[in-house]
Ligand binder design. Structure first.
Ligand SMILES: Cc1cc2nc3c(=O)[nH]c(=O)nc-3n(C[C@H](O)[C@H](O)[C@H](O)COP(=O)(O)OP(=O)(O)OC[C@H]3O[C@@H](n4cnc5c(N)ncnc54)[C@H](O)[C@@H]3O)c2cc1C
Length: 261
């Protein structure tokens, strides 16, 4: 039977762009270009490698995000994923991590899965909690933060590197794993891959397709609330130390004044 892999991929605001908050203190997503979270490219890569080593496998990429989040799905499809699911609904505005995990878990259940692969964290929210929340909601084992991952005989195995030790972990499928940026460079989409992606299926689901009530998500359903947000002050010109024989000393004095040394 085919190994069904679902990869959760997030469409995030481009970190190099100017990002602002909307009046309700959510990120103004219309104001900035977005892209597939770089950390989720590692998840797509590992899914593709597992699929390549399996007799029969299918890789589905799943995102919960606004209309433009289709760009993230297209990128993952052009890397080699087989199909995509886009969950989009106006009532998702303001959904927090707990709400996002509900939507993802319902969509994963509807899609059907043996293995869910996520990134270690998104590059915007960076909470790193969604994979564990999704596993809890699905009621399956979670093996998170893997630097190496493989699947054999219905078991997912991997290595988690800590500061003082590396652990070898495994879980029987179905399971949720997340992979780190040490798991292996993500491939670049080839021209052929980009052309092929245009013809791959992208399904669109809204909250009613997933039997989720509007009150369970969005700002009203959120367990967390942003009380205040202050934009980062503009960068000021740095201090330039001109070396006229005393450069090293001045540099040390500057570092000491900033309490770096
Ligand atoms: C339109 C919209 C508006 C939102 N507004 C808010 C808001 O106002 N306040 C708020 O707290 N949150 C909001 N969110 C949700 C937020 O962007 C995050 O998805 C959520 O809070 C998860 O936190 P994180 O990004 O830190 O996830 P992490 O736990 O860091 O993510 C880990 C992994 O989980 C997966 N993942 C996370 N999010 C998604 C996703 N959306 N789709 C697919 N995979 C995902 C990825 O594999 C990722 O690598 C909104 C989301 C959407 C779509």
């Amino acid at each position: 039977m085919s190994l069904r892999i679902v990869v959760t991929v997030k469409y995030v605001p481009d970190a190099t762009g100017d990002r602002h908050f909307a009046d309700d203190l959510t990120v103004d997503r219309d104001d900035v270009d977005g892209l597939l979270s770089e950390l989720d490219e590692y998840a797509v890569e590992q899914a593709l490698q597992i699929a390549e080593n399996a007799d029969d496998a299918e890789v589905t990429v799943l995102t919960v995000g606004p209309e433009d989040a289709k760009d993230a799905l297209r990128k993952a499809l052009s890397m080699g994923a087989d199909k995509a699911i886009h969950v989009e609904d106006d009532d998702l505005h303001g959904t927090d991590a707990i709400g996002t995990s509900l939507v993802l878990a319902k969509a994963i259940e509807k899609a059907g899965y043996d293995l869910v692969i996520s990134g270690m964290a998104s590059t915007d929210g960076t909470m790193g909690v969604v994979p564990a929340l999704v596993a809890e909601r699905l009621g399956v084992p979670q093996v998170t933060l893997l630097s190496e991952v493989s699947v054999e005989d219905g078991v997912v195995k991997g290595r988690r590197d800590g500061d003082t030790a590396s652990e070898q972990l495994e879980a029987s499928l179905p399971a949720v794993v997340s992979v780190t940026d040490q798991s292996g460079e993500a491939r670049y989409p080839s021209f052929k891959g980009i052309m092929a992606a245009k013809k791959k299926p992208v399904e669109s689901w809204d909250l009613s397709d997933l039997d989720i009530e509007a009150e369970e998500v969005g700002l009203d359903g959120a367990f967390t609330k942003v009380e205040a947000a202050t934009e980062r002050p503009a960068r000021t010109a740095g201090t330039i130390v001109k070396d006229e024989g005393e450069g090293g000393k001045q540099l040390a004095e500057f570092l000491a004044s900033q309490k770096f040394i």
